[in-house]
Design a binder for this molecule. Structure first.
Ligand SMILES: [Zn+2]
Length: 114
């Protein structure tokens, strides 16, 4: 599912299915920056996951351009349904669990607006 780029230094990237396309897009953007030699060989991605309803991306030797790119994607993730990818979505809660969900998916899994 995910492109197998050499700078991805993690065995498996596991994102909720509604965020998979976003993760793939982000990896493509890193790839392009590599191609344009804006990122050097010391750059690598060592993690990408959902954590407490946020997109958590970890990189080694990330220059400012990567930080900006990642924060843009993080903002997008905050409004993108983790289950179906629908935009806009919002943070929802069930007991101590938080997820970014659209209204339909929230109803389906019994989550309430946080
Ligand atoms: Zn949804």
């Amino acid at each position: 599912m995910y492109p197998n780029y050499p700078f991805v230094d993690v065995k498996r990237i596991e994102l909720p299915k509604g965020w998979v396309m976003m993760g793939v897009d982000l990896l493509h953007e890193f790839h392009d920056l590599k191609q344009e030699q804006i990122l050097n060989s010391s750059f690598s991605v060592c993690g990408m996951r959902e954590k407490f309803g946020k997109l958590d991306v970890r990189c080694y030797n990330a220059p400012l351009v990567v930080e900006r790119l990642v924060s843009g994607y993080s903002l997008q993730a905050e409004r993108t349904c983790q289950d179906c990818g629908y935009y806009p979505a919002a943070l929802h809660k069930r007991n101590n669990w938080v997820r970014v969900l659209c209204t339909n998916c929230a109803i389906k899994s019994n989550y309430k607006l946080a």
